[in-house]
Design a protein around this ligand. Sequence first.
Ligand code: SR1
Ligand code: MG
Length: 403
Amino acid sequence: MTTFTDRYFTMTETEAIEYAKTLSIFPEDSTITCEEIGDGNLNYVFRLVDPQTSQSVIIKQAGPVARISDEFKVSPDRNRIEHDILKIQGELVPAYVPEVYHYDPVMNCTVMEDLSDYTILRKAFLHKQTFPLLSDHLSTFLVQTLLLTSDLVLNHKDKKEQVKAFINPELCEITEDLVYTEPFYDCPRNEVFSKTLPYVQEEFWGDEQLALETAKLKFQFLTKAQSLIHGDFHTGSIFVTENQTKVIDAEFAFYGPAGYDVGNIIANLIFAYVNGEQTIDDPIERESYTSYVLTTIREIIDQFKEKFTYAFYDQVTERVAEYPGFLEYYLEELLTDTAAVVGLELARRVIGLAPVEDLTSITNPTKRAAAEIACLKAAKVFILNRQDFFHGEDFTRVISEYA
Ligand code: SR1
Ligand code: MG
């Protein structure tokens, strides 16, 4: 009989049921069913249901290598990071994260609320669903998590303790390689769609200025311990219903540039936009859907700035941050960092390992290449002209023009 207390191993569905029994999650006499439903790049996600009562939970377990490729050996201890940040987010933004029931440092798994009534935002976008409250929810999540974990608000010694607790070298290395390095040269691990490849060879791998700017940005990512960031804030990490939003999958969390999270979600909304442009035949439906996505992007940026400003005056504890002009300086830099990350994320999902379904699901090769090249053209503008982005409209203008 497995005890689950002395050694770590990756569980099968049957073992996940046995494991749940040891925690007395369900009534003793219940007949639980379990399905492994993980479709991400890294972890195992077990959904356990008691069919008699419909009670259900999720057990998320970290494996010793990534599911996407066993080239990535990643410590299962990343589950601790994910659990610990979920607890922090549960205090800062309880409405926007799943409830956590249990963390197990031996089995490297977390038991949490089942969100089966929700849909993953990327999938919902593939069905052209729209969510009017999304920009409000996401901008609140971003402000609360990024401002309240920063030196603007936290006591600096406490913040340094947090920096230490969230050192996440292996997951950061994935981002350093896949986002900041490999897409910008002819790396063997890249996976470029054949019709997009000539553009990449000419305009990306042959552009020295672009390479230099990405080097500067990589060093910023390596060194700027500004806020406790989610670290992988794309539309596959967000669950939605019509009125609710829950953010999951924060295993890439660490103290990094706040603009990384803001830029990541904006880029992923751009993927939804280009998908809509290329796959909706009816012009009225296309205009309605793509306008919704653009509005959401504009609102996320503008509401982020507005809510950040309000929260700043309400919550800031650092004396020097109150000097006139400092807030403007801080926000300008954050929006510049955001624009750069929009460009990096757009580029890496087209060129690098780990593409997005918004692009790969476009079955017509000419349309897929058009969507991808649009992303790449916009990516260059976001990276090279990153200082020019401050308002929501600055972002949507580039999208309308290039994408
Ligand atoms: C090896 S992991 C590849 C990608 O999947 C995750 O969701 C992150 O975005 C990572 O870069
Ligand atoms: Mg993920």
